[in-house]
Design a protein around this ligand. Structure first.
Ligand SMILES: Nc1ncnc2c1ncn2[C@@H]1O[C@H](COP(=O)(O)OP(=O)(O)OP(=O)(O)O)[C@@H](O)[C@H]1O
Ligand SMILES: [Mg+2]
Length: 233
């Protein structure tokens, strides 16, 4: 019998307190979460519940105030910035609500630069791989377009291709449907779900958009920084 897929993301007793002057805000309180390869988890929660904070900590862009974070079994909690940057580069793909594409580059180039990652070699291989990936996302006819010539749904699909291009184990998506209409939001989530499953990625999508739930295998709820299995739990 095959064992369970590997643990890709582990948050253990994670808290985050933002302090400024005399004020402090507890954005996350004692969050524990384990996600394995091939799992798509939706974390739902209202504005201010801590969703972006959770995702930013999960992607090792922000350190928790308490608790431990492991990515692919590697403890990143107290790692120095140069090691963190390398873990993020190799293991994590981010997708944002506002797409964050490079406006001066075509769809193809936006993906190519991520694959090549500063290396001078392998340009034509990277082009080919980028082009193939974009094609599997229904963007074969758009590869030479600049972001400003793409619809919002197309932009988000390019952004997802870019997140997948480095072949990371973990995909973190912050409100990926927030700027999309219902139809495009559905298309984007469906593609993300399909590809993640096919490529055995672990995916965390945080959203307050209820429609995101149908694409997840597991739905969790975040309220006032506390994570639970049930709304209001
Ligand atoms: N850099 C910061 N400094 C101080 N407080 C912050 C900071 N970032 C977030 N917060 C506070 O932490 C709490 C959680 O914020 P967070 O952005 O994680 O929520 P969210 O669920 O992503 O909200 P939204 O749905 O509006 O994006 C909020 O009360 C917010 O005001
Ligand atoms: Mg947010």
């Amino acid at each position: 019998m095959q064992g369970a897929p590997p643990l890709i993301l582990q948050l253990e007793g994670v808290s985050k307190v933002y302090r400024s002057g005399d004020f402090s805000v507890t954005a996350l309180a004692d969050v524990t979460l384990n996600i394995r390869g091939g799992e798509i988890v939706a974390i739902m929660g209202p504005s201010g519940s801590g969703k972006t904070t959770l995702l930013t900590i999960a992607g090792a862009l922000l350190k928790p105030t308490h608790g431990h974070v492991h990515i692919c079994g590697i403890e990143v909690t107290n790692m120095d910035e140069s090691h963190l940057a390398s873990i993020r580069r190799q293991k994590v793909g981010f997708v944002y609500q506002s797409f964050n594409l490079l406006e001066a580059l075509t769809a193809l180039e936006n993906v190519r630069v991520v694959i090549q990652n500063g290396s001078r070699n392998g340009r034509s291989d990277a082009m080919e791989r980028a082009s193939h990936l974009l094609d599997t996302f229904g963007l074969g006819h758009r590869i030479h377009s600049l972001p400003k010539r793409l619809s919002d749904g197309e932009k988000q699909r390019v952004a997802i291709v870019r997140a997948l291009a480095k072949d990371p184990d973990l995909i973190l998506a912050d409100e990926p449907t927030a700027n999309l209409d219902a139809k495009r939001g559905h298309e984007v989530m469906e593609l993300l779900g399909q590809k993640a499953l096919e490529l055995h990625k672990a995916v965390v999508v945080v959203s307050h958009d209820n429609r995101v739930r149908q694409f997840a295998q597991r739905v969790l709820w975040l309220e006032d920084g506390r994570l639970s299995d049930h709304p209001g739990g």
